[in-house]
Design a binder for this molecule. Sequence first.
Ligand code: HEM
Length: 529
Amino acid sequence: MVSNNLYFLIDNLQDIFLVIGALIISYIIYFYISYFTRSNPLPGPLPLPIVGNLLVYSGDAGKLAQELRKKYGDIYEIYLGSTRTVWLNRADMVDEIMLSNNRIAENFNLDEVGVSDKGVLFNRNLDDVMYHRKIFDKTILTPQFVKNIIPITQSLFKELESLWKDYGCLEGDKEIDFCLWMERLGFECMLKLLTNFRAYALINYYNFLNPKQKVTVPESPLSSVVTEGFIKNIHNYFPIVHHFFFSVKSLLRAPGKRKNTNYFLKEKYSLDSNIMNIIKLRKSQIENSSIDELRENQDLLTQFITMNTEKDITKGITDDFHSEPMSDGNIRQNLVEELNSGIVTSSSFLCHMIYFVARHPKVLQQIQEELANVIGTNEDSEITFEDLNKLKYCRAVITEVGRLHTFVPINARISSKPVVIDSYKFPVNQHFIINATAIHLDPKNWNNPEEFNPSRFLSNDKNTLMMFGRGLRSCPGRNLAMTQLKILMALIYRKYDIELVDPTAPIKYKYAIISLCYELKVRIKLRKN
Ligand code: HEM
């Protein structure tokens, strides 16, 4: 009896395997028939079913884009999972497509981390995106808002200098990791600017480095927030998105991937709950304050929370089509994106600038001459918005760093109408990847593109520059970032000499949507004159 049942089971199992095998083979045949008969075939590696070309992806999309360009030319196609993406590598190819307001297709796993239906960067709800962008245009993009970062950065830089002094690293003989200090400075500046809270990240980091001579951390409503953990969450935000974006959904939990997937989900959860605690705290403060008290400080968080409520302090930045308050999910995600971009992108950028300038003494000399001419020789004087506007060479240095080392090396758009590129016709909803690095290093656009030469931006028009993207989805923090980078440049270079511990080593960064610096060992010394 038992052996009869066993034979029956084995017979049926064989049938089941045969059916599954036939289905798989049919799918593979169907996949390759569709592939070889697709319209507009472009050069590119042969994709595999389900994973597409993701198996060739080793973690750096910027480098991959360059390698593929060498092999396949200015336009080629790559399958990210089952999505066919067309990669564009020349400035004249991207003009029209950059005007589209749509960035991310459905099947990139971003729903898993809750970023595709909230905020701006990866949100697929275009009505929400454009609404949030309108709000940004009336807040973070305005000169009134941007100006606030100047006193905040100057005062926090003084706090940093005093900690550096106590730490004994201003004599030029002690190594520090500039990247970690700048992330914490950026964190305090952005937290203050966007939420009007302090978390004392600089002091906490000093205490971590110097456990025997701790500095007292002042009382703060955010004292329950563990700043080092919070900063790690923020640092990890783009790596989280990168992990999910460049993975096939069915393999996210496969051995070898599962550990990272779980780690990143935990980090995102922790980031969200830290941000939610800040929102709850501000909401309770709003409940207990009059509208006049709230008007005294126009931080972004209070504006997000009060818009379209009876305590609206925003002077109507919303529009006629949106009469509801912003949802908690959108407040949270917008704040995550602003904080993250303001902290990690700007501090990584600053580290790259320090690195380039340290390797080009003539550029440093010109920066210092401009600072002396515009701001004067008093190394502790207040720096104003008007001073910063006169720093043309410093601006050129920042722009040249952004060109030579493209911070967002590849960018994405989806066509919102049919488009013709290089005589290929593409339908609506075609996914494009724009290789900004290739455009920044194209000899057709730039003389000696591999050379670090800030002076090119004193005369050259910047038509093909993609440092802050382009079109309706260009970076809304561009004015803020420029101002903050200039003020930090001024505060650092008018007073200190910075030496790379290993001047011959390449800078340490990894690709994670942006180019994320994770270590910059330097020695700092007060300037002699
Ligand atoms: C050096 C610093 C920065 C660089 C190089 C940079 C670069 C970029 C780039 C290339 C994009 C994509 C634009 C496009 O697709 O056309 C972007 C988007 C964005 N950036 Fe920045 N950014 C910086 C700083 C900031 C700051 C300080 C903030 C805000 C506080 C910010 C907020 C954003 C947001 C919210 C988006 C998404 C916009 C959208 O999807 O419509 N960025 N940034």
